[in-house]
Design a protein around this ligand. Sequence first.
Ligand SMILES: [Zn+2]
Length: 405
Amino acid sequence: MSFFDQIHQENKTQGKPKNPSMLNQIFSSPQNIEGNSHLIETLMKIEQKKHEMKKSFFHTLYSSPFVRGFYKNEPPVVDIELTGSKNEKKRLTALINSIAKNSETGRSLLQNAAEHGTKIGFDYQDTGYGYFDPTKNIVMINPCCSDAKLKTTLAHEVRHVYQHSRGLPDMLCQKDLATEVKLNRAAEADAQATAAQVALEIRATTRDSKVWQKFCSSYPLIANAISAPSKDAPVEKVIENQSKTMQDAFKGWFEQKNTVDIYEEDYLYFNLTSIAFQKKDDQLKTFEELPFEGNMSSKEIVEMFCQTSNGQCYFKDNPNILDDPKMCGISTETKNAADLFFQSRKNLTGKQEDKSYVDLPSRGSMYGRRAASENASDQNRSLKDTSDRKVHPALLTLLKNNKNR
Ligand SMILES: [Zn+2]
């Protein structure tokens, strides 16, 4: 697996830098990175080992009946392949059955994943609730989270399976930059819109608000954007209203500026800057792996996967929604990185620059935004907690390469 694979990760970090580590100081400049490559490799192996140990500890702990209670030995409602220990499989079955029995939208997505041979398991992560890896065809969820949280996480991740089965590319940076911006944001906004719809269906069927309340506390900006049917409305009404719910939630996703920044950084900025520390041969390989060619219109993107469980495009009345400046803008850092990337590509390969992004509206500076929000929250934080939190982008790239290898 390479860095460029489309890994859909539902992030916990909400704008905080990821992977703070003792390696930070070494990565304070490119010279350091080149001069310490052997040391860096060793330190990374140690970090990796530490992570593996932590992972195995959390897997055992969080699937043990002492922490989670006892799960019944129930037969699965959807025949989907599960991975992990006996206790982990029992918990996964309980989660899957609860979704499938109480949400029509959730059940059809789980069935779709089963038909595509997707496996589901637990994977401990420091920074995420769950992810879908299309190259391995696995959905992994974080065992440390509550069952109420994991039900919407699972709905979100199996929605990504559906999106790929509808044509979302398995690799990042295949289409031109303007298309990539819209495609990846639409995929995340649609996955959250689905999670919201599943949570509302579960609430209406079970008359238990726990899953919906957990979604609301995790994503208040999305929840606030949704004008949901009342708490006492029958599930039929919730299903009837799904087009409106999903539109609202989709739009609400874009209100989360930090989240939009994190995905822009992960999916675009880090890939565009990956050539910065590469030798010529590796740069040529990167230009091949990230072709940035071919355009899709907003309409084509929303028609590809923004669908209700009845097979209707929920943006059929507003198919150009992704051209809204709020949805298709890019940050200054991404634009500058793209200018350099395509100029370097032209110099090295003669291939014309991608011009698709030149007229996209500006979202301002994402790192400026992050620094401002950190300064604001730092005022309420102890001094020792604020040190060592800036992570050089090159470190993240290298850590990521290491993690995904
Ligand atoms: Zn996602």
